[in-house]
Design a binder for this molecule. Structure first.
Ligand SMILES: *Cc1c(COP(=O)(O)O)cnc(C)c1O
Length: 428
């Protein structure tokens, strides 16, 4: 069953003690997903090789149609990465020097890095401790006359509160770029993530739900003129070739990449369903353990406009499990625990899991307002990010990829259970 007893060397279904586990559980196993499709990838490779077309062309156009279709959007553009998708969106919206852009401070670096790269100022917004996404009330507090855009991130595969964000944006004439890098296939009240703003951006980095073969990304929009501008900017701003209306760059996706991604795109929903089932399994089993609670969506401050943390988390809680909030279809790019007791407790659980061969990672150990490279942004753009700072000291993501076996999930649960039992004295 993947384990042997180290005393008698006979196979055992489940190890009795941690050191007996010999089945590692990686945080992600790309081979488990890709190798069963090996012969299809080989066919696709031969097709592209023999086509002799390695820059844009029909393979890329097919993929773009499929992504537009999958996200119920009018236009899709394949690009070089999820980061470049954000950069290209900002460039197409002509955001630059003197402009401020609201970004959640608890996210991957690219969300804010791109804002700086176009010469604008990222303004860091706190996040909701329950859904991990932009706190719209804090976003409203940080509006100024210079605010030109907002970049909600659908973190870990769950939608930000888009109704509130779109209402705010409309009221103040803001451009909206949805960073849906982790949320291809996720929905907000039935609407696909990425399809609601002026632009939506996706990443096909191997750890994302549609994991590619190197760096790649996509941009979607419902606006014909914006789509056209982004298309021109993707190839150095040239239209026609060698005649440059704007300064663009090379943001192209490869035909080989799109052809390979086309093999996996039809499986996206079933991958998400399996991630969902894994999340349900974890939640159901972990909730049986003492000191474990699930985040309570009715208390989500970004939908409710109230609630302090102390009313949400019962005393004696050691772990808070993530939750799917009402109206949000979660695709579980990450299953992220909150470890009460801050970084000493969290780091101890991380070390405990890693010692047992279980992959886990801190997404993200530092918020963006805390990054050295943003130390010179005005402090007014960094204040009031306490929830995010707390989360950065608590979060730990555990393996959730679709191909996890039941034994592997049980191994993760058993290991967390061990840690909870052994560390009672550390309890709050
Ligand atoms: C992965 C990711 C990106 C960047 O995508 P790349 O393809 O790695 O450039 C941007 N934002 C978020 C939230 C991400 O998770």
């Amino acid at each position: 069953m993947g384990f042997v007893c180290v005393d008698c060397l006979k196979p055992v279904r489940r190890p009795a003690h941690r050191p007996y586990a010999i089945m590692p559980v990686p945080l992600l196993d790309v081979n488990a997903q890709n190798l069963p499709l090996e012969s299809k990838f080989q066919q696709v490779f031969l097709r592209v090789l023999r086509s002799g077309q390695f820059i844009l062309g029909p393979e890329v156009e097919n993929f773009e149609k499929a992504i537009a279709n999958y996200t119920k959007s009018r236009h899709a553009l394949g690009v070089s990465s999820g980061t470049d998708a954000i950069l290209l969106a900002l460039m197409a919206l002509q955001i630059g020097h003197g402009d401020e852009v609201l970004v959640p401070t608890f996210t991957f670096f690219a969300t804010a890095g791109c804002v700086s790269r176009v010469g604008a100022t990222p303004v860091f917004v706190d996040v909701c401790p329950l859904c991990f996404n932009m706190d719209v009330r804090d976003a409203a507090r940080k509006l100024t006359r210079r605010t030109k855009a907002v970049i909600p991130v659908h973190l870990f595969g769950q939608a930000a509160c888009m109704d509130e964000i779109l209402t705010l944006a409309e009221k103040r004439g803001l451009r909206v770029i949805e960073d849906a890098a982790q949320a291809l296939g996720a929905e907000w009240r039935g609407r696909p993530c990425g399809s609601m703003g002026h632009f939506g951006t996706f990443s096909f980095f191997p750890s994302k739900n549609l994991g590619g073969f190197g760096d790649a990304g996509a941009l979607i929009t419902q606006d014909e003129a914006l789509a056209e501008r982004a298309r021109i900017l993707r190839t150095h701003g040239a239209n026609p070739k060698y005649f440059h209306q704007f300064v663009g760059a090379n943001f192209r996706i490869d035909p080989l990449q799109t052809a390979m991604l086309m093999v996996k795109l039809p499986m996206c929903d079933s991958y998400a369903a399996r991630r969902r089932a894994n999340a349900q399994y974890y939640t159901q089993k972990l909730l049986n353990l003492e000191g474990v609670v699930q985040a309570t969506p009715p208390h989500c401050p970004c939908t409710l406009g109230s609630s302090s943390e102390s009313t949400i988390i019962p005393k004696g809680t050691r772990l808070v499990l993530p939750v799917e909030c009402p109206g949000k279809t979660h695709i579980w790019n990450q299953y992220t625990l909150r470890v009460m007791g801050g970084s000493p407790a969290r780091d101890a659980l991380k070390a405990h899991l890693q010692a047992a061969g279980i992959g886990c990672e801190i997404y993200y150990p530092l918020t963006l307002d805390q990054q050295a490279c943003f130390a010179s942004t005005p402090s007014s753009s960094r204040r009031g990010c306490e929830n995010s700072h707390l989360l950065a000291s608590q979060v730990l993501s555990i393996p959730i990829y679709p191909e996890l076996t039941t034994d592997q999930k049980d191994e993760v649960i058993a290991c967390i259970s061990d840690w909870l039992k052994s560390g009672k004295q550390l309890s709050l």
